[in-house]
Write a protein that binds this ligand. Sequence first.
Ligand SMILES: [Zn+2]
Ligand SMILES: [Zn+2]
Length: 141
Amino acid sequence: MDQETTAAGVAIVRTGGCLCGAVRFSARGAPGFPHTCSCGQCRRHSGALTVAWVEYPAEAVAWTGPAGPPARWRSSAGSSRAFCPTCGSTLGALDDAPVVALVVGAFDVPDDPALRPESHSFEASRPGWWSVSCGAVPPVE
Ligand SMILES: [Zn+2]
Ligand SMILES: [Zn+2]
């Protein structure tokens, strides 16, 4: 059985949203490319020194809150940063390619082995006194 489906074969859905609740999402199926990023764009967008990310095909993500989809700001040639227009929470990045990247911190239950970062981008951009440890890889059952 695919670990991202229930016994009945239904895809697992993970939910999350912003601080005020105006923007909510549901993401269906397995998250891809779980990683952290410490680049300057992630840092400024979030206010955090390192951001944890996962990616989904755009069709797997539904915006379910009262505000609908998040506000966006064009941050690079192929992608826009997504945030709540009411409370300003960082939510992710919407790529021109059909990919939605979501910040792990916006998920309702971030303590989920499927969301654990497996790689780290822009490590050299971290302050020297900042490090990231994601702990041991939990056994897959
Ligand atoms: Zn909000
Ligand atoms: Zn980044």
